[in-house]
Design a protein around this ligand. Sequence first.
Ligand SMILES: NC(=O)c1ccc[n+]([C@@H]2O[C@H](COP(=O)([O-])OP(=O)(O)OC[C@H]3O[C@@H](n4cnc5c(N)ncnc54)[C@H](OP(=O)(O)O)[C@@H]3O)[C@@H](O)[C@H]2O)c1
Length: 276
Amino acid sequence: MRIGVIGTGNMGALLVDALVKSKAVKPRFISVMNRTKKKALDLAKKHHRLSVYESPVDILRHADIVFLCVKPGQFYSLLQSLRGAWHPGQIAISITSPVSVSQLEQLIPCQVARVIPSIVNQGLSGSTLVTFGTSMTDIQKSKLWAILSQFSHPIEIDEENVRVASDLSSCGPAFISFLLRKMIDGAVNTTSLSKKQATQLTTEMVEGLGKLFAEQIYTLEELQKKVTVKGGVTGVGLDILEQGYNEDFEKLFSATQQKFAEDRQAVNAAFNQEEV
Ligand SMILES: NC(=O)c1ccc[n+]([C@@H]2O[C@H](COP(=O)([O-])OP(=O)(O)OC[C@H]3O[C@@H](n4cnc5c(N)ncnc54)[C@H](OP(=O)(O)O)[C@@H]3O)[C@@H](O)[C@H]2O)c1
């Protein structure tokens, strides 16, 4: 399978890194291009024999699976520029949630899917959220699934749940990092522990926690119960967290749904021009 990546910003570059690191695809079978060419050239310096091209159409000429890794607002004009360049055996993959799979099918005359990656895929772990287009054949679905499985755990997600699922798997690392930084700051501000030591202890704790979940030793509930000794300090700390919790995550998910609706509206406006 020859892979093409259009847009080598954060996520495009991360996908290339994950594909190569996991040995899913050799760099000589990967073609990339980016609007600002330097980013693509920098990626080629990292991965020997990766091909860099000038235009998105060049990528379509050299790839069986094409990852479209641009932002939602850049999508419509990119797809317009690719009209007539696709061939039927290709698979086009979007990594952006506000563009629905049916909108992709509207402008791409080959098989399409959406795959939402996460920064944790860089460590060859975490989920990728997959929504298949209606024309994907079972064979092509299996091929795509096999590639994604090399660096992640692919999970099929309905269109209606793509935002909340992305919040958990793709935005989640930022949310958790924020909470952990607050925990570190709290420890440093109230004791003589250094920030360096607090950070080391916390990141090593998270690394160990991840391993426990990976080995399926505990569920979240079991783990919490196991650490919370009756009458002990963990319980005292948890009481404080319970008292301070004011439906913060409910507010968070409402806010991300609202932002998603706005992003969708902007994408719809561009795609609706098509129907006029
Ligand atoms: N960040 C995450 O953790 C995450 C996770 C899952 C999904 N996503 C989704 O991934 C998408 C991309 O996010 P990102 O963080 O990777 O954004 P980004 O860093 O801005 O990358 C987008 C890249 O696309 C390039 N580009 C724009 N239009 C182009 C065109 N017509 N032809 C070729 N290249 C073009 C840009 O080039 P320039 O260098 O010229 O700007 C830029 O390098 C977003 O929709 C986001 O929602 C992000």
